[in-house]
Design a protein around this ligand. Structure first.
Ligand SMILES: [Zn+2]
Ligand SMILES: [Zn+2]
Length: 117
């Protein structure tokens, strides 16, 4: 959930997946408790989604990883680094891609959905 505030008051809120924007009048009408519950269940689903999406393995020479840098932080992989691979076979630092997937569900390189759908 991200909130847009103008002069310190919330004017709209957008759910993390970006599909739903709640305007100020909705926010007033909506019970705050139910809003928080929605948020919590979204977070739970999200961590499961991230665990499913990112396969973490140790970078080895035999692995023949295509990219030599992480497209998110632009750092080179070091030998023996842990790397996270998602469904489209693109690789990133596990921390980088997990952080990314908290906000978006698509690969930052090819925009493919991060899990098989
Ligand atoms: Zn990175
Ligand atoms: Zn990709």
């Amino acid at each position: 959930m991200t909130f847009t505030a103008i002069n310190g008051s919330v004017v709209s809120a957008t759910l993390f997946n970006g599909t739903e924007t709640l305007e100020h009048s909705d926010l007033i009408a909506m019970d705050m408790a139910s809003l928080i519950l929605r948020c919590e269940s979204y977070y739970k689903d999200k961590s499961k989604f991230i665990e499913d999406a990112v396969k973490v393995s140790r970078l080895g020479k035999e692995q023949g990883c295509e990219e030599e840098i992480c497209a998110i932080c632009h750092d080179e992989y070091q030998a023996e680094d842990m790397i996270g691979t998602i469904y489209c076979k693109h690789t990133f630092h596990p921390q980088c891609i997990k952080e990314w997937l908290r906000r978006k569900e698509n690969c930052p390189i090819c925009r493919a959905h991060a899990v098989a759908i």
